[in-house]
Design a binder for this molecule. Structure first.
Ligand code: FES
Ligand SMILES: [Fe+2]
Length: 444
């Protein structure tokens, strides 16, 4: 399943043609007529803010012969003209009835005798939802709302998107998006970040050189205790995090000690956070949102999308987040630290890439192609979580339940199930795949 071309073609249609996908961040298109080129699965899309201040996502394929109408990464435009035969699509609703509609065709009167229905031949548009700065899109009109699709994972995503002072949202991107090609199947990074135990082994060299912002042992500063794996069997999302607990009880270790300005900033933000959210529940975690978006809430604070290119190639897009109103000095410190940690020049990303590329290469081998993999680590240790309806969690060990949860979701999409079934309004039996602790899940 990691190298098969037919399966890949099916994934592109069944998964990327239906799921909610992260396509960008609002801070990339702050003003009317700003646009970026992004991706949904293997498709190029235009993400733009119209003159009327509406964010729209359009398939970047001309309706005449499919030529890419927008060929630059970003810019400012209210119309896109295809370089092949010159069809022009407008996003200005003063000019057309919907953004992306066909507005001009060379030789319209002569070649078509004015009979071409421009309203019918506009760029295909996706459903769009902006959430705390992030922009998401789906091709599927029947898909549930983004919030329903994310379910309980939303609170963990918030831990990356919210301001460090506790305000909802308020984050922006640090400079641009790092984009890099990796010769691996996209499912390797997606399932890696849903939670696995590779990190202590894989990143040992980074640990040894103390790649952390306080210069102590390890890759990251000290974290609170209570590390747990949590996953949503009905939704396919999951990750590693710290058990939700009251704000007042949430320990905040001193971090970034080698950078006093950053350390002071984070301490001040944490005090404000505690004051603003007193009595609330604190969520802190990282993970993967099915199918191909992963996030880290801190150290580094990033989002990453694993865009499929082929069965054996993936284009990773890493976005780095920062409080929008943080002083420039703080932004600089975080940017330097994040660049040494993540992305193509970052030490840990290079470690991971080597693993995923090698695993993909080995899966192309004559014997390697049919080799079954083991996903049994820590199974049977999870239990339902009272604080997170629909979730299971495991605090004793890093369990591979999350990878199975993700793979089960993959299977459900690949089978072409209806949204009723996918959202489990129709009962789906998970127990055989995710054996829960007997004491809490009852006898099986
Ligand atoms: S392909 Fe775009 S105008 Fe012909
Ligand atoms: Fe890693």
């Amino acid at each position: 399943m990691f190298v098969d071309d037919d399966l890949f073609a099916q994934e592109v249609r069944q998964i990327f043609g239906r799921a909610w996908l992260l396509v960008g961040h609002e801070s990339q298109i702050p003003n009317p007529e700003d646009f970026i080129q992004s991706k949904m699965g293997t498709d190029s899309v235009i993400v733009t803010r119209t003159r009327q201040d509406k964010v729209v996502v359009l398939l970047n394929s001309c309706r005449h012969r499919g030529m890419k109408v927008c060929r630059v990464d970003e810019g400012k435009a209210r119309a896109f003209t295809c370089p092949y035969h010159g069809w022009t699509y407008s996003t200005d609703e003063e000019r057309v009835s919907r953004p992306g509609e066909l507005a001009g065709v060379p030789g319209f009167d002569v070649h078509y005798e004015g009979r071409l229905d421009k309203a019918e031949w506009g760029l295909k548009s996706a459903r769009v939802r902006a959430y705390k700065g992030t922009i998401w899109a789906t091709w599927d009109e029947q898909a549930p709302t983004l919030e329903a699709y994310l379910g309980g994972m939303l609170k963990w995503l918030d831990s990356a998107l919210d301001h460090r002072n506790g305000d909802s949202g308020g984050s922006t991107l640090l400079v641009g998006v790092q984009k890099f090609r990796v010769r691996c199947n996209w499912k390797f990074p997606a399932t890696n970040f849903v939670g696995d135990a590779s990190h202590a082994v894989t990143h040992n060299s980074a640990n040894m050189i103390k790649l952390n912002p306080s210069g102590k042992d390890g890759r990251r500063d000290e974290r609170p205790s209570g590390h747990a794996a949590f996953g949503w069997p009905d939704l396919g999302h999951g990750g590693l995090g710290f058990l939700p607990r009251p704000e007042e009880e949430f320990p905040r270790p001193d971090t970034f000690q080698q950078f006093p300005a950053a350390s002071n900033y984070l301490r001040a933000m944490a005090r404000e956070h505690l004051r603003k959210r007193a009595g609330g529940i604190h969520y802190q975690g990282k993970g993967t949102i099915f199918p191909n978006m992963s996030f880290h809430e801190d150290q580094p604070r990033t989002l990453v999308v694993h865009h499929p290119v082929s069965a054996t190639e993936t284009e990773m897009w890493r976005y780095y987040l920062i409080d929008a109103d943080a002083p420039d000095e703080i932004k600089d410190i975080f940017r330097h630290y994040y660049m040494t940690y993540s992305g193509p020049g970052g030490m840990t990303e290079q470690d991971d890439i080597e693993n995923w590329e090698s695993a993909t290469r080995q899966s192309l081998g004559g014997m390697g192609q049919g080799l079954p993999f083991n996903y049994a680590q820590g199974l049977g240790e999870s239990e339902p979580c009272d604080l997170m309806p629909g979730a299971v969690w495991c605090g004793r060990t890093i369990t591979e339940q999350n990878q199975l949860i993700w793979l089960k979701r993959w299977q459900e999409f690949m089978e072409g199930r209806s949204w009723d079934q996918l959202m489990h309004r129709v009962e789906v039996e998970h127990d055989a795949v995710f054996p829960l602790k007997r004491s809490t899940a009852g006898a099986k």
